[in-house]
Design a protein around this ligand. Structure first.
Ligand code: AMP
Length: 292
């Protein structure tokens, strides 16, 4: 496993690139089983490069940048058994050179949901992802469906800037009780950990309601909101069309159910992607083609 820290060291990728497609898995470290599943999926597409970089520009002024968990040694220990080909671990200076650099402005898909409650977040995400794409020039990049809006915002950039990379959205990995794995789950202890299950419960109740025939968007959002009564506050409950994330008049086709709520010290998000037919409703992925 090669550890690469600078643009020059990325030259090592050229040999790997000749043999197989290059697949990038961008992360901010604090790795858990969710990240490792992305790596395993990526290995089906070619030679895997994992990047580990806590990207300052995607954190708002009141967010947890300084406190964000960092433990490179532990992350590398988790990656080593997977036989990852290379890990890119730049420092901030390697990725951001000066004030007033070029940045990416996200499109319409970043307007609502997390984009509304985290101003500037998706601009920071797209800017770092564009830099990583430029530096590594992957054939494929794998992102977690857990961050559904992020996947779709990145897909819009790739499509509209005509980038050559192909994207894969990987299924969400959950704890045995259903809580979506997240680096921020470590902030959840005692009753907060139990209350955190309300996000998954809200999505499952909504799924059941849609499976039973409900197609009214407001009714489904209302049920999700009621199911989040255990949270300290609800950021949003949303039923949105995929891929542009508009609010549909009535549920049909590929649809995102998304929730975000504060539970104790952690802001948690979760979602479910459904293919809503007239008579049938099945969980699906965000991007086509992709694993379900
Ligand atoms: P992060 O380090 O939190 O920026 O996440 C890096 C990548 O891992 C992103 O593409 C996330 O969507 C993905 N990811 C995070 N949590 C999970 C999870 N529980 N299951 C699958 N992918 C995940």
């Amino acid at each position: 496993m090669e550890i690469l820290r600078t643009k020059d060291e990325l030259g090592h990728l050229e040999v790997l690139r000749e043999k197989q497609p290059l697949v990038l898995v961008p992360t901010m470290g604090a790795l858990h089983a969710g990240h490792l599943s992305l790596v395993r999926l990526a290995q089906q597409y070619g030679t895997v490069v994992v990047s580990i970089f806590v990207n300052p520009t995607q954190f708002g002024p009141t967010e947890d940048l300084a406190a964000y968990p960092r433990n490179l040694e532990h992350d590398l220990d988790l990656l080593a058994p997977l036989a990852v080909d290379a890990v890119f671990v730049p420092d901030v200076k390697a990725m951001y050179h000066r004030q007033d650099e070029v940045t990416i402005v996200p499109g319409c898909r970043a307007r609502g949901l997390c984009g509304a409650s985290r101003p500037g977040h998706f601009g920071g995400v797209l800017t770092i992802v564009a830099k990583l794409f430029g530096l590594i020039r992957p054939d494929w990049a794998v992102f977690g469906r857990k961050d559904a809006q992020q996947c779709l915002v990145i897909a819009q950039m790739v499509e509209e800037l005509h980038l050559r990379v192909k994207l894969v959205d990987a299924p969400t990995v959950r704890e045995p009780d259903g809580l979506a794995m997240s680096s921020r789950n470590r902030y959840l202890v005692g009753p907060d950990r139990t209350r955190a299950l309300c996000l998954q419960n809200a999505l499952q109740s909504a799924f059941q309601q849609v499976a039973d025939g409900e197609r009214n968007v407001d009714a489904v959002e209302k049920l999700m909101l009621e199911s989040l009564s255990e949270a300290d506050s609800v950021d949003y409950v949303a039923v949105r069309e995929v891929p542009d994330l508009d609010k549909p008049a009535r549920m049909s086709g590929r649809t995102l159910l998304a929730v975000a709520a504060q539970v104790g010290p952690a802001r948690l998000i979760d979602n479910l992607v459904l293919d809503v037919g007239e008579d049938e409703v099945v969980p699906t992925g965000l991007l086509t083609p992709g694993p379900q």
